[in-house]
Design a protein around this ligand. Structure first.
Ligand code: CDP
Length: 782
């Protein structure tokens, strides 16, 4: 019987149940959905980065057989839909009306019987543009006399968006005034893109008879999207059903609302037929949520080997509309975690945001709202400081780490770190790497003219946003719901507000219920993604599923267990106080033969409850996290540089992660390997760049490079476990740790190979031409 088998709950590497359908090609993605009478939407995109629209003539397109409608901004304006609110409280054009503001912006949509007809019709739309000067950097944008990009906004007379500060300026200035030494670094975290394998898209189906809008869409946050749709389109919220089917990756790209979703829904509403929009790869890379694009200046104040202050100035390139995904109050996301793993008594961060003629988005690409930029800056800065004072980079980190006994730790910028043991994670990484021996090998190799570099990054993350009093997106508190129903035969359905994009939720969340209720995970079905059938919550991004929804799942399970205990007492004719719980059964203390299983209790819940008790065994729990969780780790990378070409090769990557209690160790390792691959891609090859006219370079996978199995290094993983004290099962998020932590380790490794010759910085992506230039500067080229 179930209760005597080992329960495969938390800590078991249960195989991913979702893979049975994915590897057989039986996943159900939005593009697999075909509805009767369905039409297809395609967009005409702007060829200019900045131009005034003098006129749009769609008459030739409209006449093409098979074209049902041409949607322009002017038409949308008649329905008050030409502009929509962004996640950052700005407005964004759905379709351009007055001006185009970035290359690739949606100008008009064609709705036709087939996607081919729609594409042909796009070419028949005549737009008369008056080109304007394009602005492609925030420095240009904020220069005196720069053309104003958002001239439609009342009171907007320049390209400045926001000024934001965190920390204590006075205390930081004092630390710098009293410092023995100040170390500085200017660096740029370039624009990159989440580039999920499946691009964005939707099928919008507004039923003319009922008025109900069912929208199958690529959404990481279906509930938040339903509310935003209600606010944008003015539809009553109960008449909107968002269904987010299987997703082919998301990584933050599927958090914002894009014009495609809005136009498809508006077209379906006006035409009375379902409308499908499928974004192509170029559309995805040039117009949907980019990541990073942060110009960073960091300074460390030092007294001997001790860091006494950190000062940061940021310039953020937000593109044409400020639509960053960020908790409302924090304009620069959670960048102020920039003190990282270090006990820095004073810190101050200042950020300016600017509009440019580039796509909007600012998404948290596998990152907790700008944590990646912060982690990169501090880990590069600490490495630079170690070289400047002649310290070993590992030892310099160790002497500045927050110590285990300092937790909970209040950072100078206002975070309360929950738990950590940074020294232990670094020790394990160094031991696995054979750090001392490698340093000796590096020194010997240099004598023979060979360049080896060892890069470290001891990152701290902040994930699980976040406490409702402090963190909100578009005014919505960032809680998540879990609803659990135990059926009479002891099988269960768990419904969640979050939405997996491939992270294995159907497996791991069942394991949490298994752990708490003693059911086997295969007896629990996890459902996500349908707003009519799941409880409310803000969705999956920023590694918040485990910290928030995982906690909600544990709490609803415990709520059910306490009702189960009352039923058990009734069945065993014992007092609740005399019962003990173990492995899925309640038994009478001291009389283990008197026991009842969770399956028996489930049956009794519908057939034989104590007098006065309501039937059933189900519940719902909305979890508002008391704090965020702070996963951490140390990544170590070893590279070799070819002095003849500047090409660099990764020899080893050791990654030690601490995400508290691991629910499914195999899935956690998969998450880390995926994240390391993306981190390597960002460090080595990925860049969304623009020419001086604002043309996007990096608009396809020939120019925007994703690492394949060929280039990707082998990863050696290790773990330490420091539970989160406030999470019900001690788990912290992990999905983004490796993307956040690893770029600095890769760059630090390449810089480390050249540091003895005075090189301190290389900008990402670290391509061989940049290394070649550095080799020449350092007189190391061959
Ligand atoms: O929000 P998202 O699902 O992207 O990230 P996450 O909460 O870090 O979880 C990623 C995957 O790793 C999920 O399947 C989690 O349940 C699993 N995980 C785990 O098994 N143990 C942890 N301590 C953290 C995550």
């Amino acid at each position: 019987m179930a209760a005597t088998e080992e329960i495969r709950g938390v800590g078991h590497s249960v195989k991913r149940v979702e893979d049975a359908r994915f590897i057989r090609g039986r996943g159900q993605y939005f593009d697999d959905i075909t509805l009767p009478g369905m039409l297809h939407l395609e967009f005409l995109r702007s060829p200019f980065a900045h131009a005034r629209i003098k006129s749009i003539d769609a008459s030739r397109a409209q006449e093409l057989p098979g074209v049902v409608a041409v949607v322009t901004g002017e038409l949308l304006a008649q329905h008050n839909l030409a502009w929509m609110p962004t996640l950052s409280g700005d407005t964004q054009a759905v379709l351009a009306t007055d001006k185009v503001r970035f290359q690739g912006q949606e100008v008009a949509g064609v709705v036709a019987e087939t996607a081919y007809i729609a594409k042909d019709a796009i070419e028949l739309i005549d737009v008369d543009y008056e080109p304007l000067p394009a602005i492609t950097s925030p420095q240009q944008a904020l220069a005196k006399g720069a053309p104003v990009i958002r001239d439609e906004k009342e009171g907007q007379t320049d390209n400045h968006i926001y000024h934001w500060e965190a920390g204590d300026k006075e205390a930081t200035d004092k630390a710098f005034a009293e410092a023995d030494r100040v170390v500085e670094l200017d660096t740029f975290y370039p624009r990159c893109h989440p580039a999920p394998l499946e691009c964005c898209g939707c099928v919008a189906d507004v039923n003319p008879a009922t008025g109900k809008a069912t929208i199958y869409m690529t959404s990481q946050a279906p509930h938040a999207h339903r509310t935003l749709f209600a606010l944008v389109a003015g539809l009553p919220e109960q008449k909107i059903r968002i269904i987010s089917p299987d997703l082919g990756g998301g990584f933050g790209n599927k958090v914002p609302i894009y014009p495609g979703y809005v136009v498809a829904t508006a077209a379906s509403l006006l035409i009375g037929r379902p409308v499908k929009w499928v974004e192509d790869r170029t559309g995805n890379l040039i117009s949907t949520g980019f990541a990073r694009d942060y110009h960073m200046h960091g300074e460390l104040a030092l007294k001997g080997e001790k860091i006494t202050g950190l000062r940061v100035r940021l310039l953020s390139d937000n593109g044409a509309f400020f639509s960053d995904a960020q908790p409302t109050r924090c304009k620069a996301g959670l960048f102020h975690i920039v003190t990282g793993s270090y006990d820095i008594p004073a810190a101050h961060v200042e950020t300016e945001g600017a509009y440019t003629n580039k796509a909007p988005g600012g998404v948290a690409y596998r990152c907790s709202f700008r944590v990646t930029e912060a982690s990169y800056l501090i880990e590069r800065l600490v490495q630079t400081a170690a070289y400047e004072i002649g310290a070993d980079p590992a030892e310099f980190r160790r002497s500045n780490f927050i110590k285990p006994e300092q937790f909970p730790y209040s950072s100078a910028t206002g975070f309360e770190y929950d738990s950590g043991d940074y020294g232990a994670a670094m020790d394990l990484a160094l031991e696995k790497l054979g750090y001392e021996e490698l340093r000796r090998e590096q020194a010997e190799a240099r004598k023979e003219g060979k360049l080896i570099g060892i890069g470290l990054a001891s990152f701290t993350e902040v994930v699980g946003a976040g406490h409702g009093a402090e963190y909100q997106i578009a005014g919505l508190r960032m809680n998540d719901g879990a609803e659990l129903r135990i059926h009479p035969t002891g099988k269960a359905v768990l419904k969640l507000s979050v939405k997996s994009q491939g992270q294995g939720h159907e497996t791991t969340f069942a394991q949490i219920v298994a752990e708490e209720l003693g059911l086997q995970p295969e007896d629990i079905e996890v459902q996500e993604g349908d707003t009519d059938n799941t409880p409310y919550g803000l969705g999956t991004y920023a590694s918040r599923s485990t910290p928030v929804s995982g906690a909600a799942t544990a709490m609803v399970s415990r709520r059910i267990r306490s009702k189960a205990k009352k039923i058990a007492a009734h069945l065993l004719e014992a007092s609740e106080d005399d019962l003990e719980w173990e492995d899925g059964r309640f038994s009478v203390k001291g009389a283990p033969e008197k026991s009842t299983t969770i399956q028996d209790i489930a049956f009794a819940a519908y057939t034989n409850v104590p007098e006065g008790m309501e039937d059933g065994l189900e519940g719902v729990y909305y979890y508002d996290p008391p704090n965020m969780t702070y996963p951490f780790g140390t990544y170590a990378v070893v590279v070799e540089i070819d002095r003849g070409t500047g090409a660099w090769k990764v020899r080893r990557v050791v990654a030690v992660d601490d995400c508290g209690v691991r629910i499914n160790p195999m899935i956690v390792e998969g998450q880390i390997m995926g994240g390391l691959t993306e981190g390597f891609g960002i460090a080595a090859m990925q860049l969304i760049d623009f020419d001086e006219d604002g043309n996007c370079i990096g608009a396809n996978f020939m120019d925007y490079l994703l690492p394949t199995a060929w280039e990707t290094p082998t990863f050696e993983l290790g773990e330490t476990v420091t539970p989160s004290p406030h999470h019900p099962i001690g788990a912290k998020g992990v999905g983004e740790s490796a993307t956040v932590g690893s770029p600095a380790a890769f760059v630090n490794a390449v810089v480390d190979a050249l540091a003895h010759a005075g090189i301190r910085n290389l900008e990402m992506p670290v391509t061989s031409d940049k290394v070649w230039a550095a080799l020449q500067e350092a007189n190391l080229a061959e």
